[in-house]
Design a protein around this ligand. Structure first.
Ligand SMILES: Nc1ncnc2c1ncn2[C@@H]1O[C@H](COP(=O)(O)OP(=O)(O)OP(=O)(O)O)[C@@H](O)[C@H]1O
Ligand SMILES: [Mg+2]
Length: 288
């Protein structure tokens, strides 16, 4: 896809190169956030500014797999060709409103990770901006990350209820590009399915059995029988808080779990994060 830049985007690049720091991109669904992010990454890298990208859009993830927050460091042009994550944080849901603290924690974790390696970080976000949930999520993320820049992409003034709450952060109000193509619900579902199919490439899947691990769901530890988890549930395979890979639940009994995953080995995996996305049912089709 060819990106047609808006003339005001050039100024954003100059400011990022000069100021460095973290920039969070916010806007409604189909406002052009991910396209602008991609454009900025390409331009910054071509100017030798090593840039991290944190993709906190769990619905229409451009870097990671849906249901995850992810990050990657872009140091050179070749890194852009391989648009896949260096690190992931498994949220386990496609609905950002389901657990806002977890969304904020996960984004913060990926940004902190990025800050260890790069001075420039771009954070893409979900299109959830309306209502109390939208406001809580966006303001929560901004307060947790304390970015240097907010890139607020609007068609009208739909972000103002969030922006009026912000102090001491440079807000760049950007008009949504006329080139944005609205994506239908079906296109969004198809996109997610494609991402999952690529990740869970049948030729690479191996069946594993793990016993004695801790289970987490929706941000807290639990004993699996508290909630009924069905075959096909998307799971995160963690070492402590770090998600190493994803898997598909086959069977869960007391402390033992069987699943399929493209992971090479389960050495070090001591936590299984249970999600509420079922790849065998059609929950992949909700929301953003
Ligand atoms: N400047 C542009 N030039 C060309 N095409 C564009 C441009 N901006 C957006 N588009 C098109 O519009 C589509 C939607 O834009 P984009 O994915 O950036 O929106 P978004 O705000 O990230 O949406 P979501 O909230 O669903 O993640 C893109 O897939 C792309 O095809
Ligand atoms: Mg997007």
């Amino acid at each position: 896809m060819e990106i047609i830049p808006e003339s005001e985007w050039e100024r954003l690049i100059e400011e990022l190169v000069a100021d460095k720091g973290t920039a969070i991109l916010i806007g409604a669904t189909d406002s052009g956030k991910s396209t602008l992010t991609r454009y900025l990454i390409e331009k910054l890298v071509s100017r030798d500014s090593v840039t991290s990208f944190v993709d906190s859009d769990i619905g229409q993830s451009s870097l990671g797999i849906p249901g995850t927050i992810s990050m990657k460091i872009f140091g050179k042009a070749e890194d852009i060709e391989d648009f896949s994550a260096d690190n992931i944080f498994f949220v386990g849901s496609l609905n950002p409103a389901k657990n806002i603290p977890l969304m904020i924690d996960g984004t913060k974790k990926m940004v902190n990770n990025a800050r260890k390696y790069t001075e420039l970080i771009l954070v893409d976000t979900t299109g959830l901006i309306y209502g109390e949930y939208g406001k809580a999520l966006k303001i929560g993320k901004i307060r947790a990350l304390t970015p240097q820049h907010i890139f607020a992409i609007q068609r009208y003034d739909e972000l103002e209820h969030i922006l009026t709450m912000i102090e001491d952060i440079k807000i760049h109000r950007i008009e949504a590009s006329q080139m944005v193509k609205k994506r239908s619900r079906e296109t969004r579902i198809r996109y997610r399915k494609k991402r999952f199919d690529e990740y869970f490439d049948k030729t690479k899947l191996v069946e594993f059995l793990l016993d004695g691990v801790s289970f987490f769901y929706n941000g807290r530890q639990l004993i699996p029988k508290e909630v009924d988890f069905k075959e096909g549930t998307l799971i995160g395979l963690n070492h402590n808080e770090d998600t190493k890979a994803l898997g598909i639940l086959l069977d869960l009994e007391n402390t033992s779990i069987t699943f399929k995953s493209p992971i090479q080995s389960v050495k070090g995996i001591n936590r299984v994060i249970l999600g509420d996305i079922n790849l065998y049912e059609q929950e992949v089709n909700i929301l953003l």
